[in-house]
Design a protein around this ligand. Structure first.
Ligand code: ATP
Ligand code: ATP
Ligand code: CA
Length: 219
């Protein structure tokens, strides 16, 4: 299912940033906030903005919330409002409901309500930043499971000018490079003869231990 139209409830820092990025990616976004200032701030940036209290059923009905493919509840501090807006979106039949949680308990409540995806922005960002601080070459990563990770790493100086065969990543560490992002373009499924350069970003797949060992070998 392709999601095209989004309704975002709450245009705080998280909701407004999400909305701007969805617009940049070419999607339609309706932003709802009860604070007039927030609505005005975002009015030129989103497809539509509405000043309303999203805990009122009539309000959500009148803006046609049920016609949206995805609803994001980006209210944090007011947990009651977050829960009410979430249940209303679900009851109206919004296909996919995503909500931001400010605490573990808040998240557990949302989970019980059948929210499709729960986001803990501060907690998750803290975890990501910790990984990046201890591994200076690490740009980003996706945990595939408890054991396997895909990591985006800046090519270290010591590997610049070397081919994959020279570095022998599979032989030495057991992980593989699935792509090399070069300033001139991306190489998908690179071969042994492909050469790394310090301007490149390599995308590695392997176990957490393999990727860690690989990074420890950088000097
Ligand atoms: P952020 O960290 O993203 O800035 P936050 O976690 O601090 O947000 P709040 O500031 O509580 O969360 O809420 C985000 C936005 O949601 C605010 O702009 C607020 O006006 C709006 N909001 C809160 N309750 C409602 C509601 N019932 N209806 C509509 N908007 C609401
Ligand atoms: P081997 O000869 O060691 O069995 P192979 O049959 O895969 O490896 P090549 O494809 O020529 O032979 O690769 C030689 C070496 O280059 C591999 O052992 C590996 O260390 C490295 N290599 C090649 N492609 C990649 C890749 N995509 N990611 C990581 N390492 C690679
Ligand atoms: Ca806050």
């Amino acid at each position: 299912m392709k999601l095209n139209q989004f309704v975002i409830i709450g245009l705080g820092r998280f909701g407004s940033s999400l909305g701007r990025e969805l617009i940049r990616l070419g999607y339609e976004v309706l932003g709802v906030d009860r604070d007039e200032e927030k609505v005005q701030e975002m009015s030129g940036m989103l497809t539509h903005t509405v000043m309303a209290d999203a805990t009122e059923e009539d309000v959500l009905r009148s803006i046609g919330a049920r016609n949206f493919d995805c609803g994001v509840v980006a209210i944090g501090d007011d947990i009651q409002a977050s829960i009410l807006a979430t249940i209303l979106l679900k009851e109206l039949g919004v296909k996919k409901v995503v909500a931001k949680a400010v605490s573990d308990l808040h998240g557990r409540v949302l989970e019980r309500m059948g929210v499709d995806r729960i986001i803990y922005p501060e907690r998750d960002m803290g975890v990501r930043v910790a990984h990046q601080l201890v591994s200076p070459n690490l740009l980003d990563y996706i945990e595939l499971s408890q054991k396997y990770t895909i990591a985006e790493l800046a090519v270290p100086q010591c590997w610049s000018g070397k081919s994959l065969a020279d570095v022998d990543l599979r032989g030495k560490f057991g992980c593989s490079i699935v792509a090399i992002n070069k300033p001139g373009g991306i190489i998908i499924a690179p071969a042994a003869k492909d050469v790394l350069s310090k301007e490149d970003v390599m995308v590695l797949i392997g176990t957490n231990d393999q990727i860690e060992e690989c990074q420890e070998s950088f000097h």
